[in-house]
Design a protein around this ligand. Structure first.
Ligand code: F6R
Length: 608
């Protein structure tokens, strides 16, 4: 995710902000920028790529002043480029922003109508113009920022400078994190603690809806509507490395816990209560969507598991036949692709060599292509005809977690969009599905509360040499994912199987040593999965049942029951994926493995 650093005090701002941005580099970014106020004038430097590019620019054209803001950007709206990098400026108002503004298109249209001229493709630039608009009306920097922020929908953490009020800096948040640090009358504000930890350990954690006005050696916190707020300062005792992980022991655990936010960001601005799904960069008209006769979904590893779930969505909601292929197979098997074939390529990194080759194979045969990617402007995203970005933020742990659940959500939105265009679902049905999607982040949050119980299970089963994961229907890909997660980070052998296939071979493996994870939410095949559970128990196997409100019915049939929140069956894979990730994580962590960088694996597989 993007990084924010702001400073107001008596020291030179630029070196402090640059140091803070460097300490946020681990979060991943594609461009960076700094603005300072010097002798009543705002000056901005921005550069695409790594911080070193910005540093070189600053060596040639330094920035003075003791008040400034800086940003590292992870692209969400618009390419990674200098023009899209933050800070964004309009009429002397300068803004850095993290989050996604859902109504930015509406606001941009309104402001363009009033004569505002936009330079970038970002949602952030709208905030600068909106503040400028209100500043002209009210003549007050503080009032203008309050008015502008109250008109935004979506998530934001912002820090704002105003050329006409040089002694002030404003920060506010709603949905994206922001922390204030202070020492000796100097103030720091940042999206994450490590940016400031070398300067101060005294921090104030802002809550949603809070607004901070920094002045000359003082700061005032209030709610956006002006109500006063009393905040307590806390002393941070973490070591800097731990702080980069937001207090989590590993990036993987942090990323597992980020899933409610990642899913909400992937949905933001794309689903409308009235029963519509807008996927702006899909670049396919309703007519083109209606012409599709066949779909391929092509991917590798965890992304391939998301593809298997996508097939369920698309065939059910849009009634188009779907083949799911592993990219390294697709590229060499001369697939039958025609002008009416759509190939979806799923890739977190957007750089996986086999998936890229599969994309080129489909394009070479004149088929249409759409990428589902997390990294903006990655090769697969750029070369595809259309793209649906997952807004999971940078994934640092090698084992994919939040990228996977957001891929599932993106595929569900795509299937609804396709179904609406083809008339296989009504807007009334769509409204129900949108409602279910909106509730999903909270359900994932509740699922994460099982972390302690799952750690206990991991402790009980960490000595096993092999694991079996079983599921049916859309839970079969989750069984595959559970097995993959466990083997890649704990190096324990694990296999995922469709539960109905157990009798055709794997049942021979079952004995008292074998933990069997059985995915058994209450759905059409629940009774059958419950029978499979009995079969495992009858052979002495140790059953970990993952279920929802049916949990009680399974009492006595399993050694351990994980009872998860119920959601409609289509979305249940998002919920059951979470305990698979946590189980693998805790087993690996308890075994002392290198969770974030498991042996032999790379985050982005750019070779065949
Ligand atoms: C597993 C994992 C890998 C990736 C695979 C594809 O945890 O991370 O299996 O899913 O290498 O990578 P992307 O999605 O970047 O194409």
């Amino acid at each position: 995710m993007c990084g924010i650093v702001g400073f107001i005090g008596s020291n030179e701002a630029t070196p402090i902000i640059l140091d803070g941005l460097r300490r946020l580099e681990y979060r991943g970014y594609d461009s960076a920028g700094i603005a300072t106020l010097n002798h009543g004038k705002v000056e901005i430097r921005r550069a695409a790529g790594k911080l070193v590019n910005l540093e070189m620019m600053l060596q040639e054209r330094p920035l003075g002043g003791s008040c400034g803001i800086g940003h590292t950007r992870w692209a969400t709206h618009g390419r990674p480029s200098e023009i899209n990098a933050h800070p964004h400026c309009a009429g002397g108002i300068v803004v850095v922003h993290n989050g996604i503004i859902e109504n930015y298109r509406f606001l941009k249209g309104m402001l363009t109508g009033k004569g505002h001229h936009f330079r970038s493709e970002t949602d952030t630039e709208v905030i600068a113009h909106l503040i400028e608009h209100h500043f002209k009306e009210t003549g007050s920097f503080e009032a203008a920022v309050r008015l502008a922020l109250s008109e935004l929908r979506g998530a934001y953490a912002v820090v704002v400078l105003c050329e006409k009020e040089p002694g002030h800096l404003i920060a506010a948040k709603s949905g994206s994190p922001l922390v204030v640090g202070h020492r000796g009358g100097e103030f720091y504000v940042a999206s994450d603690i490590p940016a400031m930890l070398s300067r101060t350990r005294e921090m104030i954690f802002l809550d949603d809806g809070e607004f901070v006005l920094f002045g000359n050696r003082d700061m005032k916190v209030s709610m956006l509507d002006g109500r006063k707020v009393r905040k307590e300062s806390k002393t941070i005792t973490w070591n800097p490395l731990l702080a980069e992980k937001g207090g989590y022991r590993h990036f993987m655990l942090k990323e597992i816990h980020e899933q409610p936010r990642a899913i909400a960001d992937t949905l933001a601005g794309r689903i409308q209560e009235k029963g519509e799904v807008q996927l702006e960069e899909l670049h396919l008209t309703d007519v083109e969507l209606r012409r599709i006769e066949k779909l391929f979904i092509v991917a590798c590893g965890t992304s391939w598991h998301a593809a298997l779930i996508g097939k369920f969505f698309i065939e059910k909601l849009a009634r188009v036949p779907v083949d799911v292929d592993i990219a390294s197979e697709f590229r060499y098997r001369d697939p039958i692709v025609t002008g009416n074939t759509l190939t979806l390529l799923i890739s977190q990194s957007g750089e996986t060599a086999d998936t890229l080759a599969a994309l080129r194979e489909a394009k070479g045969k004149k088929g249409k292509t759409v990428a589902v990617c997390n990294v903006v402007e990655s090769s697969i995203a750029r070369e595809s005809d259309g793209v649906i970005y997952t807004h999971a933020g940078p994934e640092i742990g090698v084992a994919s977690t939040k990228a996977f659940t957001t891929q599932i959500v993106a595929l569900y939105m795509f299937a609804i969009r396709l179904g609406l265009a083809r008339g296989t679902i009504s807007s009334g049905q769509c409204r129900g599905m949108i409602h279910d999607l909106q509730a999903l982040p909270e359900k994932v949050e509740k699922t994460l509360m099982q972390d302690g119980a799952i750690e206990e299970a991991a402790r009980a089963y960490m000595g096993a040499k092999d694991f079996l994961f079983l599921g049916r229907g859309n839970q079969y890909p989750i069984a595959l994912e559970g097995a993959l997660k466990l083997k890649e980070i704990s190096y324990i052998h694990a296999e995922g199987y469709p539960a109905g296939e157990m009798k055709h071979g794997p049942i021979a493996l079952i004995d008292e040593q074998m933990p069997v994870v059985i995915l058994a939410p209450r759905n059409e095949t629940f009774e059958k999965v419950a029978s499979n559970m009995e079969e495992v128990r009858a052979r002495g196997g140790r059953v970990i049942a993952v279920t929802d409100h049916a949990g009680e019915e399974l009492t006595g049939k399993a050694d351990l029951i994980l009872n998860l929140p119920a959601v409609p069956d289509d979305l249940m894979p998002v919920i059951t994926a979470v305990p698979m990730q946590l189980l693998a994580y805790h087993v690996a962590a308890l075994l002392g493995k290198d969770v974030d960088q498991p042996r032999n694996l790379a985050k982005s597989v750019t070779v065949e």
